[in-house]
Design a binder for this molecule. Structure first.
Ligand code: NAP
Length: 283
């Protein structure tokens, strides 16, 4: 039987701040690692409305909180409330992790690391020529930064709202923008296709995309993880493409956040994945 954790006067804490936040899998991930490493700390969900963000960040500085994850809708608006930004967070323009360093909130972004760590073993250097990214929201920025740093020679971004895709061009000279209506055409010759839109997520519209032009060797990744096997991944799998689901990015971004707070690199293994899968099925 698992021993019950009883906080005491020395218990540290971290959490995830968002609105809403009840669906977040981060408490399950981080509390598993805290237990595994016998760390006297807890990780809590912190539901905070947009209008309360400033007050809460100021208050957290006073509480001795080790750090927090920041999720929708606060990832960008939190930036002016921070003391310092890590260069990755500056480049991505969003913060998903805050470390309270002697009371000073420092902003990081671990999404680019998480995305790449979850997929890199599928993409050896000789297969980093062309990537196609669907979407241009906050997650897309992190994915594109990761692809640039991994050495992709051509990155085609296609988004429903063209202006938002255009904003990503300044990230690197290998970026090209393609019209959303023509998205199926860009798949020719691609080594990687990544869906960063919310299309295909439970409760959202379906992603309409013909994979006809996509090479059978191309890796297909969907960062949506509810359902785990999205219709895009199911179709890719059916035609023989290697696939990577969105749980990988979630787990590895959490790994880096945990390391920033507790100076330990926790293991991402099948047991943890299975635990999250059963939670996903329940919500
Ligand atoms: P976001 O900033 O709101 O961006 C949403 C993206 O989806 C935009 O590109 C948007 O296009 C597109 N989109 C939404 N509805 C659409 C529609 N009906 N037709 C075409 N495009 C549509 O959100 P985000 O933070 O980037 O997150 C995007 C998805 O990634 C979410 O499902 C989120 O759960 C997931 N995510 C997963 C991880 C992970 O660790 N696996 C991490 C972060 C995010 P427009 O610009 O035209 O609106």
């Amino acid at each position: 039987m698992t021993k019950m954790f009883l906080p005491d006067g020395k218990t540290e804490w971290a959490g995830v701040l968002g609105w809403p936040v009840s669906h977040s899998l981060s408490p399950a991930i981080h509390n598993s690692w805290l237990t595994e490493h016998n760390i006297n700390a807890v990780y809590l969900p912190l539901p905070v409305r947009p209008e309360g963000l400033k007050t809460v960040i100021a208050a957290l500085i006073e509480t001795g909180c080790v750090g927090i994850n920041v999720t929708i809708p606060h990832k960008e608006v939190v930036i002016p409330l921070l003391y310092e930004l890590h260069p990755d967070a500056k480049r991505i323009g969003a913060v998903n992790t805050i470390v309270f360093n002697e009371g000073k909130p420092i902003g990081y972004n671990t999404d680019a690391y998480g995305f790449w760590k979850g997929i890199e073993n599928r993409l050896p250097e000789e297969r980093r020529n062309k990537a196609v990214v669907l979407g241009a929201g906050g997650a897309a920025r992190a994915v594109v930064v990761a692809l640039i740093d991994a050495g992709f020679k051509e990155i085609v971004i296609t988004n429903r709202t063209a202006d938002k895709a255009q904003n990503l061009v300044q990230l690197g000279k290998q970026i090209k923008i393609g019209a959303w209506e023509e998205r199926a055409l860009f798949l020719a010759g691609a080594d990687l296709l990544v869906n960063t839109t919310s299309l295909g997520m439970k409760g959202q519209d379906a992603l309409i995309l013909s994979l006809e032009k996509l090479p059978i060797t191309a890796v297909v990744c969907d960062i949506v993880y509810k359902p785990l096997i999205t219709p895009l991944l199911a179709e890719a799998q059916k035609r023989g493409n290697p696939i990577v689901d969105g749980l990988n990015m979630l787990l590895f971004q959490a790994q880096k956040s945990f390391h920033l707070w507790f100076d330990i690199n926790p293991v991402v293994d099948e047991t943890l994945r299975r635990k999250l899968l059963s939670l996903l099925e329940a919500v």
